[in-house]
Design a protein around this ligand. Structure first.
Ligand code: GLP
Length: 243
């Protein structure tokens, strides 16, 4: 298919903005995250605009995060970008709400005895059994977050025999435990070697780490740390004047 410059592209007025819009359509229709975009020369021929305009439009898409330049290799389509609204939702639901398909790789899941820190957060006695779950979360196949969570075994007997795709779904459907509130902090961190390998990013690349304690009524059901790729995930806040 040929993408034409006279196609309606919303409010775009300049040629640069029009070409950017057309490139976005082309990327959506023909390419996937990780694919290289066609060469400048091919785009000049195909879109019938100057090389300068193509370059500007590509630079705009790099700036917007839709494309990334890999030094000495080329320009590639990036993965999904998620704007988190910081609601109390599960990873699975948050991705689906954005039209992305969530998936989970369970890296490890085992019962252990709660350390003092874990016990304190979960409000149980130290050395009580907890289930530790370590997961890679993906959206449309792109690594998004690396999560480690602790769950009191007493609340979730047999949890290790369940499908650990969406934990919140399992808690609700198998145990009748519905999350009602949480406390969360977000801080910046740079990826260590392990996180970098799992998330497919460079060592020391930026991460946004959410630490969450989650409640079902009065009970603490979760203590979790989720390291999100900062190039794929950002936090969106609707802000209002302080009363
Ligand atoms: C988010 C939270 C985690 C929580 C997870 C549950 O990622 N940061 O603390 O464990 O959602 O998501 P799911 O139900 O998809 O497992």
């Amino acid at each position: 298919e040929r993408y034409r410059i006279d196609r309606p592209v919303g409010a775009a007025t300049t040629k640069r903005a029009q070409v950017r819009g057309i490139l976005e359509q082309l990327i959506d229709a023909e390419l996937h995250p990780g694919d290289a975009i066609p060469s400048e020369r091919a785009l000049v021929t195909r879109l019938g605009v100057s090389r300068v305009t193509i370059r500007q439009a590509i630079a705009d898409l790099v700036e917007a995060g839709a494309l990334e330049r890999v030094h000495g290799k080329g320009t590639y389509v990036t993965g999904p970008q998620v704007d988190s609204r910081l609601h109390l939702t599960s990873f699975s639901r948050e991705m689906r709400d954005r039209g992305l398909s969530p998936a989970t790789v369970v890296l490890s899941a085992a019962e252990e005895l709660a350390s003092d820190d874990v016990a304190y957060a979960l409000r149980i006695r130290p050395n009580r059994p907890v289930v530790r779950v370590e997961r890679l979360r993906t959206a449309d196949g792109t690594p998004m977050a690396y999560e480690v969570g602790y769950y009191p075994s007493a609340l979730f007997p047999g949890l290790l025999n369940r499908e650990l795709g969406s934990l919140y779904d399992v808690f609700a459907s198998e145990y009748g435990v519905v999350v009602t509130s949480g406390e969360q902090t977000v801080r910046a961190e740079s990826a260590d070697a392990n996180q970098a390998r799992i998330l497919g990013i460079a060592k020391r690349a930026p991460l946004l780490v959410q630490e969450r304690v989650t409640y079902a009524g009065e009970r603490v059901i979760e203590m979790a740390s989720s390291a999100y790729r900062a190039d794929r995930y950002r936090i969106h806040m609707a802000i209002t004047p302080r009363g």
